[in-house]
Design a protein around this ligand. Sequence first.
Ligand SMILES: Nc1nc2c(c(=O)[nH]1)N[C@@H](CNc1ccc(C(=O)N[C@@H](CCC(=O)N[C@@H](CCC(=O)N[C@@H](CCC(=O)O)C(=O)O)C(=O)O)C(=O)O)cc1)CN2
Ligand code: MET
Ligand SMILES: [Zn+2]
Length: 764
Amino acid sequence: MKKIVLHVPGFPRIGAARELKFALERYWHDDIAARDLHATAATLRARHWAALRAAGLDFVTVGDFALYDHVANHIQLFGCEPARFAFGADESALQRYFIMARGRSGRDECSCGSAHAASPALEMTKWFDTNYHYLVPEFSDDTTFALAGTRLFDEVAEAQALGHPVKATLIGPLTFLWLGKGVDDKLALLDRLLPVYGAILARLKAMGVAWVQLDEPILGLDLPASWRGAFENAYWQLNQAGAPLLLATYFSPLEENLSLACRLPVAGLHVDGVRAAHELLNVADWLPAHKVLSVGMVDGRNIWRTDLDLALVRLAPLLDKRAGDLWLSTSCSLLHVPYSLKAETALDAELKSWLAFALEKLDELALLRAAIATPDEPAVQAALAASRMALASRRDSARVHNRAVAERPVPDDSRPAPFTQRRALQQARLNLPAFPTTTIGSFPQTSAIRTARAAFRRGELDVAAYEAAMRVEIAHAIGQQERLGLDVLVHGEAERNDMVEYFGEQLDGFAFTAHGWVQSYGSRCVKPPVIWGDVSRPAPMTVDWTVYAQSLTEQPVKGMLTGPVTILQWSFVRDDQPRRATATQIALAMRDEVADLERAGIAVIQIDEPALREGLPLRQGRRAAYLDWAVAAFRITAGVAGAATQIHTHMCYPEFNDILPQIAALDADVITIETSRSAMALLDGFGNFRYPNDIGPGVYDIHSPRVPDSREIAALLRKAQAVIPARQLWVNPDCGLKTRGWDETAAALRNMVAAAHLLRREAA
Ligand SMILES: Nc1nc2c(c(=O)[nH]1)N[C@@H](CNc1ccc(C(=O)N[C@@H](CCC(=O)N[C@@H](CCC(=O)N[C@@H](CCC(=O)O)C(=O)O)C(=O)O)C(=O)O)cc1)CN2
Ligand code: MET
Ligand SMILES: [Zn+2]
């Protein structure tokens, strides 16, 4: 009888109650010592490994844990910390790790007494098409690699001491290089990197590790021929170490890389059985018989219960074709889903029965195995029947479908007049100076705000008291902005726990969880709402807050909405209809909010779309279709605004020179973008493209507490002016200020306004 082996590519690490987040933040505030942080981390690892084993998995996965980010772990393991940090010999690995992750601000701040230059943190960017941010490795032509860390081996020893069979996991060498930046020819570094992998694999083998998983998700991308070729040589070398290798791919079909992935000299191949289900038979045919096939049949990117009958149907031919053991797994690491449904005691019971978070997904794997190995056991039959019933209740639920939503006609999505005419009307209404100043929406989410909201949630503060507390915050934000002399004000988003969750809580067709946290970066988490049914807006969501803010000032207050694509992208989405259909429903709901804001006299409305680019399919061939409906969704939301209403949009993942025509097609009157970290290089793209509408290039990085001085900001603006006509330019930070404190925020904005005044004088 063929053996069915269960494993997962990775597991969430923040902890069921976000224990890691709180330990990290306490450590950074000097409230606990390094050894306390390490103890929390070890407790979490032990707990998570025990959960894997309790569910019946054959291995624990070791190496997926990270205090901040798993890519940063690899940077230390491979000894390629960027030289620019100029680390002192007295700085520990843990200190260096957090300096890379969070930056170093001052020369004389270090307790070690030596002078370290200020260094910005490593850049953060999105991990493939997820909402998880990794720290970007920085390479130069002089980068060298050496086995420099013991964390991975220590964790392996830790798991072994607990009696667990270990599958270690690492990012593969090609994906690691692909993720980095700084040199044109990253492949030239491969020969230097491979010996380090060799040493790591040899050591893992010597430790008795059963399997080493090497993640190469880039095999799901359109790779240049040179990269495809490099796989062959690299894996030939890696195989020499003699450790059994499981090559792991996920997030995207292999397509033209399928035969390459199948023939690389490794002992096993993991494929994404959800996003690449149509390739499973092909893989089963191409993968040599002696290799292990691992199929990810349970979705690691979404929270729906698995259709186990469908999974079994898809597995049947694989079981027939493959002589060896079959491995069953989640499609990818469970990092991207919340920990467990058990904590969701307030969630609607029927809805809850449709869902599976990380722990429940482990149970689904175990059930799949049982359904193959011992299908006739009554307990297995009963569990399958329960799963089938939950699925059927979701499929047939009257709650999911809302006739009025389905039948609502999609309106013409064009604004009522072309940009030049709108611009004149808006200018007549708003009377803004040259280089108008504004911010991106949020002001500091102080602990007073969060504490008030937590008290409200616990029922210790009633609605009236909570709303009064938020109005105080809004009034404070407006007062500050008036004192600073900003031109277009915002209410500051005090009342929002999160820019997506806030809308999810108010829209029909969405559910929100109490503890469904997913790591976003470092200690920061988000609680993605669950879109389970047709989306509609029962009532206005932002109008009262915005009108209140506007009542406090003569300056225009910008209404603040999250756009349909971003709401879709940062939620768990329905899998029973195409994403584009859900996007259109959200767009129509948000369109009504735009109309209501406008009716309430709000003259400027921002519709944030920071996730527009991240939604791009990983494969080029699917991008045009996505961009079509994504742009249409934005236009449906914005298009209802009259010509004299100024529509802003905002994007903060500064990689969009390749989608400029689509960004122009959004036809927002003003787009504010993150540019400061790329020193305005991004604007070349906008300049060359002759982007027609107004642009606010972010003039300072909001990820760091550092206060930029006004000369520095003015210099950036002059740079912008060299490529974008001055009359199109706005002045604003890179993104919202919710993670900052008020002191640094006020100081930075004061300097920003001063720089705008300087530019106005220069232009006069
Ligand atoms: N959804 C989403 N995705 C996104 C972004 C985004 O803004 N939203 N931005 C980018 C990522 N940037 C991010 C920036 C900050 C945070 C962030 O600060 N998250 C907070 C949680 C925000 C939140 O939902 N807060 C809640 C509840 C917070 C909480 O834990 N409250 C405590 C009590 C706190 C107290 O008493 O002070 C509790 O309930 O136990 C609120 O404000 O109400 C955190 O991890 O700390 C997350 C992502 C990309 N992806
Ligand atoms: C991640 S984009 C954030 C936009 C939002 N309006 C804010 O200022 O926080
Ligand atoms: Zn932003």
